[in-house]
Design a protein around this ligand. Structure first.
Ligand SMILES: Cc1cc2nc3c(=O)[nH]c(=O)nc-3n(C[C@H](O)[C@H](O)[C@H](O)COP(=O)(O)OP(=O)(O)OC[C@H]3O[C@@H](n4cnc5c(N)ncnc54)[C@H](O)[C@@H]3O)c2cc1C
Length: 931
């Protein structure tokens, strides 16, 4: 029996209407929908997966990469830093939006219940990852972000304005009189054709993550979320919008054989770093950039390879903390992967590699051109998130631009004219064509082949010849893609995605050909044009579809900077129309007859016949049924759910209030009580806090665990009511230490306890509980009680005490005294480092100078840090000597302290010596003295 889906008639389309159509329900899309609805627009949100779990956030976020928190970072410094990281080619007006609005967005997210790391005093615990600027704000519970957003979308006021259609995938934006008026797509479960008319369209479909093929060969084992196949890039292009910087690819460091990010943003603030096989740090460049990736690739290609993420030098408790983030929030499979290899961060450094190439505005700069309000060059068409070219925008920038797009788009009421019949017919053909040829080549096979070409010919280092071969291959593959076969709606989705990937691949190859210079390190390294040419190319390279259907390019001068950056001087001037990218002849007859040219002379400019330019057929090593294409899973054995559980699950969808949930919270079945606690955590009705705290005393461990998780997750949205405080304090008597830890954490965050409560918890048998007690004491500035904990038997607690003494308001050095003589080097190190915050008067400076000869490097590093706060006359000579320490981290700490004393002439000369240090980090920090 033929089970092929029947092609629906064009006239049978389901027609939907709205003011604002948002395509893609990930980070930017959900925020765009919330803002547009908040401004009174009727919103339709289309998501090809399910909004609750879709997009990059669904994998979990471990932090805000670019938080500009007042008092910790300056918006203008950030704009300058991104300008440098992007080699000057930046529209600063867009980056500035993220710089100036990011903090309000953090606050808005927090009001929704998203948790950001805070210190004991409730201040944002921003970390420094780059050598300048502190922009990383950890989110230890970032796994819940999507859940929190979904909860907002489902609030009653929002539900009235936002219609969500999951499993509906637009393939084309519809335009009329040159402006966006809707979209055409289909339901990926039923196959029905869906047509939308709208006042404005916001594209928020994420990056093109399925461009290059990962080293593993798995189609979906990509760095990026693999549902993001470049749909929005293709839709924007075909709607006539300009795209820009497409030649500036995204490439990231990865764990070898495991397609997850290496997570320098997590590991580095904890003291992790990247080393070659000799254990040497090699990364000279600062901000995350193509330059850094070039250094990475060069090290990988050298005999100093492989390269590693080094954590093995860190103490147990630090490794535990890193593991708890990397193995839960970011990728839960990561711990299993290392375990399978028999590797452990304590004993093995982690081999790293580099990812496949992709297009991404948010990690790099390849995207749809937008202005400072997320408007594309097509009226009423917007782009936000990774799809839009706002360099290094990451998650917070996706939220900011989603918000900007939602705000601007909300002014346009639904389009009432005729939808363009020709565009509808073309979209219908694009979607359903594979059903006419169900036995045609299947999508995995065609996609594998396409992406192999991307790896072979487009991935850097680039050459005109390889890129020209790429263009030829992608042109040829149009025909193969038209011949693909499918039988089901799901397969139709995959086939449409292959067409988007092809479009993106062609854009990537042609853009790379058109920019005849090298820029952005590895992202656009042209072997045949190795120099950066600011005179001709401090320009954006825009591409768009011409009226004839050709891909045309324009070099657009960078706008004068709002924030000056001395290294670059954008020169205003007219745009240069470049026409189509010129191909390089490859293996064509007749080349031998021309006069010899210098090697690397590069591109010849002539309108060449592409079809004649290639003689060698590249290998078609397609791999049908490749293991990466389907993820077979073991059947899961599930016991029959109780009737109450089923009723509760149905109720949970309706945002129940507390009274509706109460019977389930008291159900005899712990599974029901757990589900009720989870539902309570999702809907957060008034009075939820005390009820959740009450469940901390539940008899069943899974209920207690769910209550503890919910309380932690909701700490930003629960009112600090007395009843909650009482319930939490009662939970401190529960035998389960996880409950006591959670109770202390929430008491501290909501300021619901005083010093005696925490001081009593210092006697707890559980280490984690005692560490949380220390944090509580810091929060209430209880120095005396803190000092009493300096005799704790566990070094982890004593380290926390040392750090805590430095973290109270108006810290003083005296309570550190016993800890400076602690038998454990980590405690000594922490106590010495704390002197940098408490101040380091002469008696302590002397101890610090002596400690520079401590046998343990951690203590020596702490001593070097302490001397930052000492008088220069005592500090500088000791620090200068420390520059000869055998340990690179001690030398780095010495350099950082010398920078604080840079006004002293001996500090200047010591730093000059350190610019020749064998360690890249030490050298780079020392070089800052000159800046
Ligand atoms: C592994 C990883 C780790 C990261 N870690 C961090 C971090 O720690 N900190 C940080 O600041 N940033 C981080 N980022 C970056 C950050 O997550 C992204 O910049 C941001 O989430 C992008 O948001 P977006 O809306 O553009 O894309 P997404 O959130 O991915 O949303 C795109 C949505 O569009 C949907 N979609 C796609 N095509 C269609 C279509 N045709 N029709 C309908 N729907 C469609 C997708 O299913 C998806 O739901 C990370 C990214 C990755 C990949």
């Amino acid at each position: 029996m033929d089970t092929t889906l029947a092609i629906p008639d064009l006239a049978d389309a389901t027609e939907l209407a709205c003011d604002v159509l948002v395509i893609g329900g990930g980070t930017a899309g959900t925020m765009a929908a919330l803002t547009a609805a908040g401004r009174g627009a009727n919103v339709l949100l289309l998501e090809k997966a399910h909004v609750r779990h879709s997009g990059a956030l669904a994998m979990g976020m471990d932090g805000v990469n670019n938080a500009i928190i007042p008092g910790r970072a300056e918006p203008d410094d950030y704009v300058a830093e991104i300008t440098r990281a992007n080699d000057g080619v930046v529209d600063q007006s867009t980056v500035r939006q993220t710089a100036t609005r990011g903090f309000d967005m953090v606050k808005r997210l927090e009001s929704y219940g998203v948790k950001f790391e805070k210190d004991e005093h409730g201040e944002y615990a921003v970390r420094q990852v780059h050598r300048s600027g502190s922009y990383v704000l950890p989110m230890p519970e970032g796994k819940d972000v999507k859940k929190v957003l979904y909860r907002q979308l489902r609030r009653r006021e929002m539900r009235e304005r936002i219609r969500i259609e999951n499993r509906v995938m637009p393939v084309r934006v519809l335009t009329s009189d040159g402006r966006a008026v809707g979209a055409a797509g289909f339901n990926t479960r039923t196959g029905e054709f869906v047509v939308v008319r709208a006042g404005a369209v916001i594209l928020a479909t994420g990056p093109c993550g399925r461009l290059g093929l990962p080293a593993s060969g798995y189609l979906y084992g990509t760095y990026e979320n693999p549902t993001n196949a470049g749909d929005g890039y293709a839709m924007a292009y075909h709607a006539g919008a300009a795209l820009t910087g497409i030649e500036c690819f995204q490439i990231n460091p990865l764990i070898k054989d495991y397609n997850g990010p290496a997570c320098a943003y997590v590991a580095n603030p904890f003291g992790g770093y990247q080393v070659n096989r000799h254990g040497e740090r090699f990364v000279e460049s600062d901000y995350w950039s193509g330059q850094m990736m070039a250094e990475f690739a060069a090290e990988l290609a050298s005999d100093r390879a492989p390269v590693y993420l080094k954590l093995s030098h860190l103490p147990e408790e630090t490794i535990g903390a890193v593991e708890s983030i990397l193995h839960t929030t970011e990728r839960p499979t990561r711990g299993t992967f290392h375990e399978g290899r028999g590797h452990d961060y304590r004993t093995h450094d982690i081999e790293m590699h580099i990812s496949e190439i992709g297009l991404c505005g948010g990690h790099s700069a390849s995207g749809v051109r937008v202005d400072a309000h997320a408007r594309t060059t097509v009226p009423r068409l917007y782009a936000a998130g990774d799809l839009a070219c706002v360099p290094h925008n990451y998650m917070i920038g996706a939220f900011v631009f989603g918000d900007l797009a939602g705000e601007d788009a909300s002014q346009f009421p639904c389009f009432e004219g005729e939808l363009p019949a020709d565009q509808l017919a073309a979209a219908h053909e694009l979607i359903y064509r594979p059903l006419r040829n169900p036995d045609g080549p299947p999508q995995p096979q065609v996609e594998y082949k396409l992406r192999r070409f991307v790896n072979d010919y487009v991935a850097p280092p680039k050459t005109g010849a390889k890129l020209s071969l790429a263009v030829e291959a992608f042109e040829r593959m149009r025909v193969e893609i038209e011949g693909m076969g499918a039988r089901t709606p799901h397969e139709l989705m995959r086939c449409a995605e292959v067409s988007f990937i092809r479009d993106c691949a062609e854009m990537a190859a042609r853009s790379s050909l058109a920019r005849t210079e090298s820029r952005w390190g590895l992202y656009h390294e042209r072997l045949d044009h190795p120099e950066q040419d600011d005179a001709s190319w401090l320009h954006h390279l825009d591409l768009r579809k011409s009226p004839s259907g050709a891909m045309e390019f324009t070099a657009r001068p960078v706008e004068p900077y709002v924030v000056p950056v001395p290294e670059f001087t954008p020169v205003a001037g007219p745009e240069r129309a470049l026409g189509e990218a010129v191909l390089v002849p490859v293996a064509t007859a007749g080349r031998r007859e021309t006069a010899p040219a210098a090697r690397g002379a590069g591109v010849i400019s002539a309108g060449l016949d592409v079809s004649a330019s290639v003689t060698a057929e590249p290998s078609d090593a397609a791999r049908p049924g490749h293991p990466g294409t389907e993820t077979a899973q073991d059947p899961v054995v599930v016991s029959a759910p109780s009737a109450s559980l089923l009723r509760l699950l149905a109720l949970a969808e309706e945002s129940p209030d507390l009274e509706a949930l109460r019977p389930y919270l008291a159900d005899p079945d712990p599974a029901v009580r757990t589900a009720a606690v989870t539902a309570l955590g999702e809907t957060v009705p008034s009075g939820a806090g005390p009820v959740l705290a009450d469940r901390l005393r539940d008899g069943a461990p899974q209920v207690r665990a769910a209550a503890a998780a919910a309380l932690r997750e909701l700490v930003e949205v629960l009112p600090a009511e007395a009843e909650l405080g009482t319930a939490l304090r009662e939970a401190l008597g529960v035998r389960d230490p996880a409950v006591r830890t959670a109770a202390l954490e929430v008491l501290r965050a909501l300021r619901l306890a005083e010093a005696p409560v925490y001081a009593a918890a210092l006697a707890d048998a559980d280490l984690e509980v005692r560490i949380h007690a220390v944090r509580g004491l810091v929060a209430v500035d209880a120095v005396e009680e803190l000092a009493a904990a300096a005799a704790d038997p566990a070094r982890e607690v004593r380290v926390a005490v040392a750090r805590g003494i430095a973290a109270v308001h108006a810290p003083v050095p005296e309570p550190l005294g016993p800890l400076l003589a602690d038998p454990d080097p980590l405690v000594r190190g922490a106590a010495l480092a704390a002197l940098a915050a408490t101040g380091c008067p002469p008696a302590y400076a002397e101890r610090a100078a002596t400690a520079l000869s401590d046998p343990a490097w951690q203590a020596r590093a702490g001593a070097a840090a302490a001397l930052k706060a000492a008088a220069p006359a005592e500090a500088v000579p000791a620090l200068a000597k420390a520059l000869a320490d055998p340990n690179a981290d001690v030398r780095k700490a010495a350099v950082l302290s010398l920078l604080a004393h840079r006004a002293h002439p001996d500090a200047q000369s010591a730093l000059a010596t350190a610019t020749r240090d064998p360690d890249a980090d030490v050298r780079a920090y020392a070089a800052r003295a000159a800046g």
